[in-house]
Design a protein around this ligand. Structure first.
Ligand code: PLP
Length: 398
């Protein structure tokens, strides 16, 4: 008799986005005359950069010619993309070797897959509020999960607590959903904690390209000692509009070594290579050529223009909230603005208010964890026109 994984019964159904969609559809049907503005979008809206399209078209043509056709590629990614990434990391002061970088079809898959490397007896420390993937992938393995609270006192940037014993720590900076970003001294504290406890930090840098301040690290590896205690997960989804194209990368330093239950030391880089070569057959050649183009001078210029567009939207939202004296986090190094619900409203209460009174949609913070109650996530991925109009409506109606 096949027994299925009982841990799946411990997962909570994810109602957040379906409930949002359902409420919006009901409102739209009842008020067809109203123009609904969606500031809850967690997906990019601008098209891929021209440099990326040209590179992918060239790669498609190569696939149609016998001499340049490619079959299976290296599971860990092509060397040309590794080299582009080595140079990219060097541009913000991180020295990597090609074989420390693993190309994938996105950070979500790697977030889930990386759990393969760790014993189920580990205690997992996740922030609250949180990107739900960290939580659910560990519930699926039946692991003990402890939370660290993000709150106004710590500016939604939880710091290590020596009373908490954690083996695996998830950090996401700049953060989804709060938009908050750790400074160098703060990350240094996390690295010290991880080294002291022989823990491993899983550092999600999916929004690193939004950082525009040299005090905010774009990679955990700018911190001394991080190569002995951290794995970095990153993605081209938000930096280059690859949400539907799919490409990400994970950096597993050669210096990262931990023991098995039986006391044997293993290099996590070798484990991840073994895992990937066993369970993954690589990211498509065409996509990797597109990704390589992101890191070309032309691609970087075009992607920065996209990021600047979203960041300007974020600035407009932030300015609007400031005018209303509404407390918020993020919006500077991130496409997310995490606002306190006005007048002491709860997250869903504010959602209903905003939709029914102003025809604006956002994401209730309570959907990202208990510490999100009373907060609300707005995103900068909308059009300029809609972003401006939404803030005008809020200025008048809040
Ligand atoms: N990590 C964070 C924090 C995210 O917000 C997202 C996407 O929203 C991802 C990872 C997933 O990225 P990808 O599209 O590369 O799977």
């Amino acid at each position: 008799m096949a027994l299925v994984n009982e841990n799946y019964t411990h997962l909570k159904d994810s109602y957040l986005f379906s409930q949002v969609a359902q409420k919006v559809n009901t409102f739209a049907a009842a008020h067809p005359e109203k123009k609904i503005i969606r500031l809850g979008i967690g997906d990019v809206t601008l098209p891929l950069a021209p440099a990326v399209i040209t590179a992918m078209q060239k790669a498609v043509a190569e696939m149609g010619v016998k001499e340049t056709f490619r079959g299976y590629g290296p599971e860990q990614g092509y060397n040309f993309l590794h080299e582009a990434l080595v140079k990219y990391y060097a541009s913000f002061g991180v020295t990597l070797q090609s074989n420390e970088i693993f190309i994938s079809d996105g950070a979500k898959s790697d977030c889930g897959n990386i759990t393969d490397l760790f014993d189920n007896a580990n205690t997992i420390l996740v922030p609250d509020p949180v990107y739900p993937v960290y939580l659910d992938t560990n519930i699926m393995c039946g692991r003990k999960i402890v939370f660290m609270d993000g709150n106004p006192e710590n500016n939604f940037l939880p710091m290590p607590d020596d009373k908490v014993k954690a083996d695996i720590i998830y950090l996401c900076s700049p953060n989804n959903p709060t938009g908050a970003a750790y400074t160098k001294p703060q990350l240094q504290k996390w690295v010290e904690y991880a080294l002291k406890n022989d823990a491993v930090i899983l550092y999600d840098a999916a929004y690193e390209a939004f950082v525009s301040d040299s005090d905010i690290p774009r990679s955990i590896f700018v911190i001394e000692g991080a190569k002995k205690c951290a794995i970095e997960l990153c993605s081209l989804s938000k930096t280059a509009g690859f949400t539907g194209t799919r490409c990400g990368y994970t950096v597993v330093p050669l210096d990262l070594v931990r023991k098995t239950k039986g006391g044997k030391s293993l290099q996590l880089n070798k484990m991840w290579l073994r895992r990937q070569t066993t369970k993954f057959n690589g990211t498509a050649y065409i996509i990797q050529r597109g990704a390589e183009a992101v890191f070309s001078p032309e691609g970087q210029k075009q992607c920065h223009e996209m990021l600047a567009f979203y960041k300007e939207n974020a600035r407009i939202i932030a300015e609007g909230l400031k005018k209303k004296n509404i407390k918020f986090y993020g919006g500077t190094h991130s496409p997310y603005i995490w606002m306190q619900c006005p007048k002491g409203m709860k997250s869903w209460e504010f959602f209903d208010f905003l939709l029914s009174k102003l025809a604006i949609v956002g994401t209730p913070g309570a959907g990202f964890g208990k510490m999100g109650e009373g907060y609300f996530r707005l995103t900068a991925f909308g059009s300029r026109e809609n972003t401006i109009e939404a803030m005008e409506r809020m200025e008048k109606g809040l």
